[in-house]
Write a protein that binds this ligand. Structure first.
Ligand code: Q46
Ligand code: ZN
Length: 294
């Protein structure tokens, strides 16, 4: 790991990943031992590695898999669900599965078709749906936190994108912990200090059978462009990606950005259909999507 000037053998690398994760959880006060955590698993290397590390560390972590119904020539969602199911069964862990089509009558393609612009590129609709389903599962399940497998490459790419466009509101909110607010679960990213290649190495060395294929739509994702810029930079200057993100967290802590505005509870509405918090009058964005005509 050139960013840390560190080279480890297999057993020490697995221990190092676990110890670093425990340190991140404590440093950012994500959750305490004994508290119940819900891990959002996609069947990929990051989220399954995260679940594995939390399990090894002795945390009480259940999994949530959202079956989005994404299928091209390859049944991406089916394969991902199977990976999550097998992972949980091998360790005796609880996995909750939410199947979009069975629960809401539509998969991602169907929901995207309701928003004509999103038909070819379903990521914005998919993001909305996933956030909504994850939040509901975490709140209704009474979990102390919802954990996602976002790694440093993900966080640095978002940071670079938001910086290049000076999206100050988003920059103010970017942090490894998003506190719970009325109706919103606490959200945490215990892998935010790991390079993507480290989580991949962990999955491989720990013998985790994850789905190697990316979602077929991720190729079109803008985030990949930012990641490739950062990777070119990293190749020339090992550790730069790490510095970019970690120094941002330091700058943020030192007060470079004003704290995010407190949630104004009076302006917070509840969706009359699903009861989830929403900033809009009437139905929330998710329920509006479900009733929209094609
Ligand atoms: S699953 Fe959904 Fe991602 Fe696929 S459709 Fe886009 S947002 S790329 S993480
Ligand atoms: Zn709603």
């Amino acid at each position: 790991m050139r960013q840390h000037r560190l080279a480890l053998c297999k057993p020490h690398f697995l221990d190092w990943m676990a110890a670093q994760t425990a340190e991140t959880i404590e440093k950012f006060r994500m959750f305490r031992p004994g508290e119940r955590v819900l891990v959002a698993v996609s069947g990929g290397k990051d989220s399954l590695s995260l679940w594995d590390v939390l399990y090894r560390l002795g945390y009480t972590a259940d999994g949530l898999y959202i079956h989005l119904g994404i299928q091209t020539d390859f049944d991406y969602s089916g394969a991902s669900e199977q990976a999550a199911v097998d992972f949980a069964a091998a360790r005796g862990l609880n996995l909750k599965i939410v199947n979009l089509r069975q629960t809401y009558g539509e998969d991602i393609a169907g929901l995207s078709a309701r928003q004509h612009r999103a038909e070819i590129k379903p990521c914005s609709v998919c993001g909305l749906v996933k956030r909504r389903v994850m939040n509901q599962a975490a709140v209704e399940g009474g979990y102390a936190a919802l954990a996602t497998g976002h790694n440093l490459d993900d966080e640095a790419a978002v940071l670079l994108a938001n910086t290049m466009e000076w999206k100050s509101e988003l920059l103010r909110r970017q942090y490894p912990v998003l506190e719970a607010a009325d109706g919103f679960a606490r959200k945490v990213k215990p892998f935010c200090r790991f390079y993507e290649r480290d989580t991949a190495a962990y999955a491989l060395l720990a013998g985790i059978a994850y789905v190697e294929e990316e979602c077929p739509f991720s190729e079109r994702s803008k985030q990949l462009e930012w990641k490739s810029i950062l990777n070119r930079w990293e190749d020339e200057h090992p550790g730069r990606k790490f510095q970019f993100y970690i120094n941002f967290l330091h700058a943020r802590k030192a007060g470079l950005f004003a704290p995010p505005p407190a949630v104004n509870q009076e302006n917070r509405q509840r969706c009359p259909k699903c009861g989830q918090p929403t900033a809009s009058q009437g139905l929330c964005a998710f329920c509006r999507l479900l009733v929209e005509d094609r």
